[in-house]
Design a protein around this ligand. Structure first.
Ligand code: TPP
Length: 628
């Protein structure tokens, strides 16, 4: 690739003429090799220009080519788990040109999306759903009499740590009359190194001589060119009998095949063809390298998991000099280290998001108090609850969108039992390039209705640190939600001072209208407050609301505006409206926040402008409303 020498004789490129998988199916084995190289090069240069998931996509190039070559897509259904590795699939299914707008406003999504292409059979973004979805499709095919249709779930070893994958396998293994192939794409990485007993099991299968021998044997089997039926039988014999005597996958009733080299089309194509002929419920274990073919990404797959724009020839250049604003994630990362130093009861839990949640330093400093539980949000919440039962002080660092997965655990295991768990909810509000699947739009609404939970919404970095301390010191369940990226750049003190629970901060006195801002939207609401000569409040807490201040405001203002970067339906504004109704106040109320529809990917500032959630938009909305 880019870092290697150029090929001596120029060959006619293939990729520009691949407009659908039908074109891939006409290619010879040699041409498929060439196509894979071109696809890899294309992905690298494309992601370098747009930003996006890189390492995972470089690792699935050959698999993507082989799948579209062997299977009759889009009739046959491929479900990509998480879907962050589907760029090659997008490129081969008519979206090569559209890659320049990947993850940008009005461009194509970074994940499979049913409305985007008939080849995107199932929308993903959150992990561990592929086997369930593909099983559902397989059963539907059986019921509809579509006997020949194939259903393929491609799932990584990281995504396989999610409980749903096991629930689906447990179901699939006893389902008759279906064609379902689960492909485990094992690159021995999640975003960071994978965790848990399953990983140990996979690592055992793949260690040293064992896998080398296995691969060589499999190649031998394939190279003798037996008939398809013989081949199928022999692969099965060899893989099961010789390579992996008994696997946990077999005990689920899946027919385990592998491990095979996922970068070797000579292994992949005949194996997939055979499996297609076999039908039934099959499990193929392929081994790939995250970042394959691009040395920088191979060496550092974590940094290249989801890079921003970069120059492919020099790689990611870090350490921009000059004062850089801290992100909220960094504020949390420092806070948890400082609080852990002050309180040895503190334990930190993450469901597979060490880097994203800012826990790298915490793990280094407090390795025995750091728990990466895998992509297992439900377990993370109940595991934290268990530790809290014994007086530990768990801090669960979790993205707003992924906390959705643990909703019952929050209610049933934590809140109902009044357990002392602190939630550090990152990526609250719109998240940008990852789009609707990852938007942190609902946490206020879904947490607010649960008894025994406090919810804080800091407006800047300093307040974030202080409210984390308040939430942590509170003897019960409390959540602090903060957005992706940096705030206004408020200097963050080193001390661990708390802010009083349920106390808002009156920023400016005005008349007639009071603007109640939740979280970082405070700053976008400032212009509206100036233009409308309004009172402006940094509410700080959604639950409990500052009732003392609200009483004062409701007695002196006729109009109330609530501003938040979460869904209006059931959100912080609803909390204010409910409170007013309960207290007998009847102000005119305007709710500013996310509308009742999913918001696609795009730069957050552009999205906010489009939704009238930027300063000017809010100011105009308030002025128009006041004039009515
Ligand atoms: C429910 C959920 N939790 C967390 C994530 C964040 N996430 C995206 S990709 C990923 C790692 C996936 O690892 P793996 O399945 O092995 O795929 P690889 O990137 O290694 O190819 C994680 C944790 C997610 N998408 N969904």
């Amino acid at each position: 690739m880019t870092q290697h020498s150029e090929s001596p004789t120029p060959v006619e490129p293939l990729l520009p003429n691949i407009n659908s998988p039908a074109d891939v199916r006409t290619l010879s084995r040699e041409q498929l090799e060439q196509l894979s190289e071109e696809l890899r090069e294309f992905i690298l240069h494309s992601v370098a220009q747009t930003g996006g998931h890189l390492s995972s996509n470089l690792g699935t190039v050959e698999l993507t080519v082989a799948l579209h070559h062997v299977f009759d897509t889009p009739v046959d259904k491929i479900v990509w788990d998480v879907g962050h590795q589907s760029y090659g699939h997008k490129i081969l299914t008519g979206r090569r040109e559209a890659m320049s707008g990947l993850r940008q406003l009005d461009g194509i999504s970074g994940f499979p999306k049913r409305s985007e292409s008939e080849y995107d059979t199932f929308g993903t973004g959150h992990s561990s759903t592929s086997i369930s979805a593909a099983l559902g499709m397989a059963v539907a095919a059986r019921e509809l009499g579509l006997k020949e249709r194939q259903h393929i779930a491609v799932i990584g070893d990281g995504a396989l740590t999610g409980g749903m994958a096991f629930e689906a396998m447990n179901n699939a293994g006893v389902t008759e009359g279906i064609n379902l192939l689960v492909i485990l794409n094992d690159n021995d990485m999640s975003i960071s190194p994978p965790v848990g007993a399953l990983n140990r099991h996979l690592a055992k299968i793949l260690t040293g001589k064992f896998v080398t021998g296995a691969r060589a044997k499999l190649k031998q089997v394939l190279q003798n060119r037996p008939t398809m039926f013989e081949l199928a039988q022999r692969i099965e014999e060899h893989t099961k009998g010789m390579f992996v005597p008994a696997t946990m996958f077999e005990s689920f009733g899946l027919n385990y095949i592998g491990p095979i080299d996922g970068h070797d089309l000579e292994s992949l194509i005949p194996t997939l063809s055979n499996i297609k002929d076999l039908g039934g419920v099959q499990f193929l274990h392929i081994v790939t390298k995250k970042g394959q073919g691009y040395a920088y990404a191979e060496e550092d797959p974590i940094s290249y998991h989801g890079p921003s724009k970069f120059n492919p020839s020099e790689g990611i250049v870090g350490g921009v000099s000059g004062a850089k604003k801290q992100t909220f994630t960094e504020v949390f990362g420092r806070w948890i280290c400082d609080m852990a130093a002050a309180d040895d009861k503190l334990v930190g839990v993450t469901p597979a998001m060490r880097e994203g949640s800012g826990l790298v330093a915490f793990e280094q400093k407090f390795p025995t108090r750091y728990f990466d539980v895998g992509i297992a949000e439900q377990h993370a919440a109940t595991f934290a609850a268990g530790m809290a039962c014994d007086g530990m002080k768990p801090v669960l660092a979790i993205y707003s969108t992924f906390l959705q997965r643990a909703y019952d655990q929050v209610i049933h295991d934590i809140a109902l039992q009044k357990l002392d768990v602190t939630f550090a909810i990152d990526r609250a509000g719109l998240v940008g390039a990852d789009g609707a699947t990852h938007a942190g739009a609902y946490d206020i609404a879904y947490l607010r209705c649960v008894p025994n939970i406090l919810i804080a919404t800091p407006s800047d970095e300093a307040e974030c640190r202080a409210l984390l301390t308040s939430a942590y010191q509170y003897q019960g369940c409390a959540a602090v939600r903060y957005p992706r990226g940096a705030g206004v750049g408020a200097p963050v003190p080193e001390t661990l001072d708390a802010l009083p629970i349920g106390q808002a901060n009156l920023i400016k006195h005005g008349e007639k209208v009071a603007i109640l801002a939740f979280g970082t939207m405070l700053h976008s609401a400032q212009l509206a407050a100036e233009q409308s000569h309004a009172t402006l409040v940094d509410m700080r807490w959604v639950k409990p609301l500052d009732e003392t201040l609200l009483h004062e405001l409701l007695k002196t203002h006729t109009h109330i505006v609530t501003v938040e970067d979460s869904c209006i339906a059931g959100g912080a504004g609803s909390a204010v409206a409910e409170w007013c109704a309960a207290q007998g106040y009847q102000p005119k109320i305007l709710h500013v926040g996310l509308p009742d529809r999913f918001i696609d990917h795009g730069d957050v500032a552009l999205l906010h402008a489009r939704l009238s959630l930027d300063a000017q938009g809010i100011a105009d909305t308030v002025t128009n409303w006041m004039d009515r």
